[in-house]
Ligand binder design. Structure first.
Ligand SMILES: Cc1ncc(C[n+]2csc(CCOP(=O)(O)OP(=O)(O)O)c2C)c(N)n1
Ligand SMILES: [Mg+2]
Length: 416
């Protein structure tokens, strides 16, 4: 403490510790979020300077209006088949999440993470990117795998860590990996993949390739140093990368203000590094598609990275190990002003006269049935505690091209 004499009027220093607006028992109120009308936000040219995106980084790009129609310059004018496919993929993700969550509660796996309310992000972005583009996801972009045609059976076997697990039990359940589907291995060490994504994009440009890359990170993880390193390299070398921040308002039980979301937007972080930045209504399939296309066009034209903040809400708990009623009001998701991404796209297709409630219910039932059948098949290869796991022998594979003598000897000592 200072030894100077105490002056009665001199203000004492106080440390600011951000607090969320609502805690359990409070009435959730999101009226402080200024939601612009759909179609209101301008669409700049793709060669815009970072500083000229400031207004967009502090607002929300929205396309789907209250009337369920598409509005304004960001309307991507996507064909109806693409929209229907997107709707199907989002419904599939939700059905898959529901079954795997229940499987954890039944003791069939140790862990699961849902992405409820955030389905539009991975699914619409996958539709806007080329299938060859590389993805560096977090654990809430299972929609990328489903959209890119990765077999759900393999996803389930990974979650069960069973004898058919393509990753041979080496990864925590849900930390998928598929080189063939351009899906970089998910890492538990959050944020480091963001700089790896930028490195991948730099390498693609260095080789004169034509594939670009996209990376996703959560609001909380932007507080890690790797995020900032990634932005510096991406800006300096104009890496062809789409840098997504999924702001779902929570990082386990820490609200987004703890990562700095109250003082500025996550999108605006990009501008300080010289990266054009967009902030989008993350529950609006059309808007997410449009901003991704815009960012991908920039990357393909050698104009460099784009920062996109997807403003959304984590409807469910962080994972099967979390109880959100301990730190936020239980009805907060219902009060969320941006609605549900599946419901909004469904209503849009109905407003276009190309879909109906009946078709939707039938599709949900058919998907639920498919997922149930796939789950049954996956369980024949084992679930947690069944003893059906990858052979111990595989533990020694996939690390060295030529197995060193001492590893070979260890394997022999185990008798496998
Ligand atoms: C480097 C590191 N720090 C902390 C953790 C523990 N952890 C796992 S998930 C998580 C919250 C991440 O929140 P956010 O980035 O907002 O992503 P979300 O879960 O909301 O999708 C934390 C702190 C970790 N896995 N890695
Ligand atoms: Mg989060």
């Amino acid at each position: 403490m200072s030894t100077a004499p105490v002056l009665p009027n001199k203000p004492q220093l106080k440390l600011h510790i951000p607090e969320p607006k609502h805690r359990p028992g409070d009435k959730p109120d999101f009226s402080h979020i200024k939601v612009p009308k759909a179609g209101e936000i301008r669409k700049p040219d793709i060669n815009v300077a970072a500083k000229d995106t400031l207004d967009i980084a502090y607002s929300f790009i929205r396309v789907l209006g209250e009337d369920d129609k598409a509005h304004g310059p960001w309307d991507p004018k996507v064909d109806v088949e693409t929209l229907k496919r997107g709707l199907k993929h989002m419904v599939t993700v939700r059905a898959y999440d529901a079954r795997m969550f229940a499987a954890q509660r039944q003791g069939k796996t140790s862990f699961y993470m849902k992405c409820t309310g955030e389905e539009a992000i991975a699914v619409a972005q996958s539709a806007a990117l080329d299938p060859e583009d590389m993805c560096f996801p977090t654990y809430r972009q299972q929609g990328l795998l489903i959209s890119r045609g990765y077999p759900m059976l393999d996803m389930m076997c990974q979650v069960y860590s069973n004898e058919r697990d393509p990753l041979k039990g080496r990864q925590l359940p849900i930390m998928y990996s598929s080189k063939k589907h351009g899906f970089f291995s998910i890492a538990g060490n959050l944020a480091m993949h963001y700089s790896q994504a930028v490195g991948w994009a730099m390498a693609s440009a260095y080789r004169g390739d034509d594939r670009i890359c996209a990376a996703w990170i959560g609001d909380g993880s932007t507080a890690e140093g790797d995020f900032h390193t990634a932005l510096t390299f991406a800006a300096v070398y104009k890496a062809p990368v789409v840098l997504n921040v999924v702001n779902n308002q929570w990082a386990i039980s820490s609200y987004q203000g703890i990562a700095g979301g109250d003082e500025s937007t996550f999108a605006a972080r990009g501008i300080g590094y010289g990266i054009p930045a967009l902030r989008v209504d993350g529950n609006d399939f059309l808007a997410v598609y449009a901003v991704t296309k815009w960012a991908a066009d920039r990357a393909r034209a050698n104009l460099g990275p784009t920062m996109i903040e997807h403003f959304t809400y984590r409807v469910e708990g962080h994972s099967t190990s979390d109880d959100p009623s301990r730190y936020r009001p239980t009805d907060e998701a219902k009060a969320w002003p941006f609605g549900d991404p599946i419901e909004r796209l469904k209503k849009h297709l109905i407003a276009l006269g190309r879909w109906s409630e009946k078709e939707h219910t039938d599709m949900e039932a058919a998907i639920a049935e498919d997922v149930r059948n796939t789950q049954k098949e996956a369980e024949t290869y084992g679930t947690l505690g069944s003893g059906k796991t990858a052979s111990v022998k595989t533990m020694f594979e996939d690390v060295y091209k030529d197995m060193p003598w001492h590893i070979r000897r260890q394997r022999q000592e185990m008798g496998v």
